[in-house]
Design a protein around this ligand. Structure first.
Ligand code: CP
Ligand code: NVA
Length: 307
């Protein structure tokens, strides 16, 4: 049966673990697996800007023996002129998988329903599951096992990144804390889904309005831009509302002495994180950005094996 990665809990705990193991193996031996040899093509579609996702998918698909076809929606028929399912029916006869960065999660769901090839969410308004595979890989490398670790996300709790930390984190058996103003709390249905998953894995999700309480004793400190793509019109309100949730050296001092700092990037130094933190000794953001490559290669290998 065709498998897709549209949101983080599309993977069971065992599947997530298997993909992370494969990512580590591919990181050690980069050209070990060539499932796309031919070359077969993978379509990588962007409705929004990208540096890391574009580069890591293009390089990763080439590493796997394939050929990346990068499509910008601005000059394709997708995006108002043709439906996701019609687009998928055209692409599936020519490509091995479809990777799509878009706005609405519903578009990805429609694309996946309408096709026989794997569809990968390369960021939507609601989730960024590829980033989470890279982040979990990074945390594993720096901290050993994931199960039982406490990770605190600061800032926009209703963002794609917060939702993905909640779902992927509890799947890995982590204790995920999200600290945000009440009006930026994570979606209730996402928290409910995470609670169900947490009951199977021993993880947990807890929401805090107090950033000091949320930072106490954490193993991993995380934040993301306060103004996600598509939210630019809310910029002034967001900078005002989220100001108390900036990650500073004081925040890091409240966490475990060996806590790490991660950020999916791009970062706005001085807003969601101070330069002293992101450029400091506890930051592992460059490992995290590199791990996009290894994690997504593992994901593609795994999805193609399920076909
Ligand atoms: N972290 C991330 O997805 O970066 P890009 O927007 O540059 O792809
Ligand atoms: N939350 C950010 C992530 C960017 C990789 C956004 O959606 O813009």
């Amino acid at each position: 049966m065709t498998r897709h990665l549209l949101r983080d809990d599309d993977l069971t705990a065992a599947e997530q673990d298997e993909i992370l193991d494969l990512a580590l193996a591919l990181k050690k031996d980069r050209w070990k697996l060539k499932p796309l040899e031919g070359p077969q093509t993978v379509a990588v579609i962007f409705d929004k800007s990208s540096t890391r996702t574009r580069v890591s998918f293009a390089v990763g698909i080439a590493d796997l023996g394939g050929s990346p076809l990068i499509i910008s929606t601005a000059n394709s028929q997708l995006g108002g002129k043709e439906t996701p399912s019609d687009t998928a029916r055209v692409l599936e006869r020519q490509v091995a998988a479809i990777v799509w960065r878009t706005y609405a999660q519903a578009g990805l769901e429609e694309m996946a329903r309408g096709t026989t090839v794997p569809v990968v969410n390369a960021l939507s308004d609601d989730f960024h599951p590829c980033q989470l595979l890279a982040d979990l890989l990074t945390i594993r490398e720096h901290k050993g096992a994931l199960k039982g670790l406490t990770l605190t996300f600061f800032g926009d709790g209703r963002s794609n990144m917060a939702h993905s930390y909640i779902l992927a984190g509890v799947t890995a058996g982590m204790h995920v804390r999200v600290t945000s103003p009440e009006s930026y709390s994570p979606r209730e249905d996402v928290v409910a889904d995470a609670d169900r998953r947490a009951a199977e894995t021993g993880g947990s999700v807890t929401l805090y309005t107090d950033p000091i309480e949320a930072a106490a004793g954490a193993d991993v400190i995380v934040t993301d831009t306060w103004v996600s793509m598509g939210k630019e019109e809310e910029k002034i309100a967001r900078l005002r509302d989220l100001g108390a949730y900036k990650v500073t050296q004081e925040t890091m001092a409240l966490a475990q002495p060996d806590a790490i700092f991660i950020h999916c990037l791009p970062a706005d130094r001085g807003y969601e994180v101070d330069a002293e933190v992101i450029d400091g000794p506890q930051s592992v953001v460059w490992d995290e950005a590199e791990n996009r490559l290894h994690a997504q290669k593992a994901l593609l290998v795994w999805l193609l094996r399920q076909q």
